[in-house]
Design a protein around this ligand. Structure first.
Ligand code: NIG
Ligand code: FE
Length: 415
């Protein structure tokens, strides 16, 4: 992979960096390596001495990294970034001991954000969300998954998904849109959850497919949301329509959703605090990634941790994500999520770094393009002024990269 000759034509050349390539299952540190970008892809990586004077022509944009660390852009593979309103009142309620489930049962929680999002204009929703995306980009996040799910009616779900595609067009980073119409049962269907599931299946899914504005379908399979049987119905239709499958599984209890998702060859099961051994086994057999969301665990003051040792034993790829949302995880920082994954779930720093790069990409089915550095991958490149990549887990508050290139476009350079 690294013995190729440098290409004749180079657009951007990174010199004098230390590279953490995030491939071969490790951080994979490469010293004295240079990296070339041609036509928005990594075209070459190799020892700096392989370069000759012809590679330093005037047309090449040379980035001298001054011995700083060069990493792939982060992949935040699970967010609910498009919403309106705030849930700070619920945060205070939870501090007084009222549970997340109780708040949801009383019509708050997800439903409260749904009401605010339904009332927001497209422009308001875009402006609120654009600020959040810009913040992530500054932190070196170059791939972002965003779920709908705060609409729960066709009109608002489409409004959210269109906002996501506007964000994707507006920003140079890559956005994957996931349809989460089965996020919770909206209050107008409170006593008719099966009817709501039928609405998702018969009306929302075909419309969304037709408009081509989501690649994956997700469901919240939980006592306070949808049963395993209801989840299965949504997945059947989603799979028929050719959507990729993801699942909010075993967050607050064990619904055996992970085994169901594995049967549908899901890309990932997310949360997993209550994951059973048999569920994990099925995930391993079907190559399903585990997405760990320590922000929600922390904000909901949960006690039961995901079975990280079991995931390791079964060699299930572990991704780490912010789960950015206004209720269970108002975490706007990918490095904070990594730090929490280490402290709260016992991940090693290497696991956390792989979790927000190569394994985050796996959880989106994008590992051939995103989340690691090797020739042929997209030019999503971030330079950090740190002593070691471990600092990104260890030091709290490193939220600004020195250089960000997303899809071959330079977004920011303060090297
Ligand atoms: O991933 N678990 C369900 N969905 C979100 C929470 C959404 C909310 O509380 O608004 C989650 O934690
Ligand atoms: Fe979530």
């Amino acid at each position: 992979m690294y013995d190729l000759k440098p290409p004749d034509r180079i657009d951007t050349l990174f010199l004098d960096s230390r590279i953490a390539a995030m491939n071969d299952g490790t951080i994979n540190i490469l010293y004295n390596f240079a990296l070339a970008v041609t036509d928005k892809k990594i075209s070459w990586m190799g020892l700096q001495e392989q370069l000759s004077s012809t590679h330093f022509s005037k047309t090449v944009n040379i980035i001298y990294c001054k011995n700083k660390w060069l990493l792939p852009g982060f992949v935040d593979c699970h967010t609910h970034l498009v919403w309106a309103g705030s849930r700070s009142d619920e945060f205070e309620k939870r501090l007084k001991g009222i549970s997340y489930e109780k708040i949801a049962e009383e019509g708050g929680g997800i439903m409260s954000t749904v009401n605010e999002t339904r009332n927001a204009t497209r422009e308001q929703l875009f402006n609120l969300s654009a600020k959040r995306v810009a913040h992530f980009l500054k932190q070196g996040v170059t791939t972002l998954e965003i779920k709908s799910g705060y609409g729960l009616d066709l009109e608002t779900e489409l409004k959210i998904l269109k906002t996501i595609s506007m964000l994707d067009n507006h920003f140079p980073l890559h956005i994957e849109a996931t349809f989460l119409g089965a996020h919770t049962v909206p209050s107008e269907y409170k006593k008719w959850s099966d009817e709501y599931v039928s609405l998702v299946i018969d009306s929302m899914l075909p419309q969304i497919k037709k408009q081509g504005i989501a690649t994956a379908v997700d469901v919240f399979c939980e006592k306070i949301a949808f049963s395993r049987a209801q989840t299965e119905k949504v997945f059947e239709k989603a799979a028929q329509l050719g959507f990729k499958i993801k699942l909010h599984a075993e967050q607050l209890s064990d619904s055996d959703g992970s085994a169901l998702a594995a049967d549908f060859d899901a890309l990932s099961c997310d949360h997993l605090e209550y994951l059973s051994e048999s569920g994990a086994q099925k995930m391993a057999e079907n190559n399903v990634a585990a997405v760990l969301l320590p922000g929600a665990f922390y904000y909901l003051n949960q006690k039961k941790k995901p079975p990280v040792d079991l995931l390791r034993q079964l060699k299930i790829p572990m991704a780490v994500s912010t789960d950015l949302n206004p209720g269970s995880s108002p975490i706007h920082s990918i490095t904070q999520a990594m730090n929490m994954a280490c402290i709260l779930f016992g991940l090693t720093c290497e696991e956390a770094l792989l979790g927000t790069t190569v394994n985050g990409a796996k959880a989106l089915g994008l590992e051939n393009k995103k989340g690691s550095l090797s020739p042929g991958k997209d030019a999503d490149i971030v330079v950090w002024d740190i002593d070691t990549p471990i600092d990104l887990c260890y030091i709290s508050g490193i939220d600004s990269a020195n250089f960000v290139m997303a899809g071959g476009n330079i977004i920011h350079n303060s090297i």
